[in-house]
Write a protein that binds this ligand. Structure first.
Ligand code: DQA
Length: 142
């Protein structure tokens, strides 16, 4: 089985991007952590885009392909009805990840469209939230 791990805008620059908020690990480090968490129990398809439509396309592709989705929609969390609508067409578990503790930050980060669909939300665990989310998908999908 396959778990999609999807990352939204600006996460390609993880490690360089406001490290006081997002830490020094890179997205490649996060990918390694996700693959380690999946062990031999699932394949990981690890993707990042700066484009809303690309994220929608990948979520649509996940239908019938993925047993679950781990998603850090980044800024699209707070703006994208299109990402929410795409997730609402997916049947398996969806776990939302935020590296930072969004509820402690600016008020515009407190609302998440994606949380209207997510089965679990991790925020403020740094990049450790990703492998935790992968393990949660594994336990929800047997
Ligand atoms: C983020 C939080 C969002 O508010 C922000 O726009 C991001 C990253 C996080 O992982 O903490 O790009 O999703």
């Amino acid at each position: 089985k396959t778990i999609y791990v999807l990352n939204g805008p600006n996460l390609n620059l993880l490690g360089q991007r406001q490290p006081e908020i997002y830490g020094h690990e890179t997205l490649a480090d996060v990918e390694t952590m996700c693959r380690a968490a999946a062990e031999d129990k699932a394949q990981i398809r690890f993707l990042q885009t700066n484009w809303e439509g690309q994220l929608v396309d990948w979520i649509q592709e996940a239908r019938g392909e993925a047993c679950g989705i781990v998603i850090n929609p980044a800024a699209l969390t707070h703006s994208s009805v299109a990402v929410l609508d795409a997730l609402n067409m997916f049947d398996g578990p969806v776990i939302e990840v935020h590296i930072s503790q969004i509820h402690k930050r600016e008020p515009f980060r407190h609302f998440s469209y994606v949380s209207q669909r997510a089965d679990g939300v991790v925020a403020g665990f740094g990049v450790e939230g990703y492998p935790a989310a992968v393990r949660r998908v594994l336990s929800l999908t047997g």
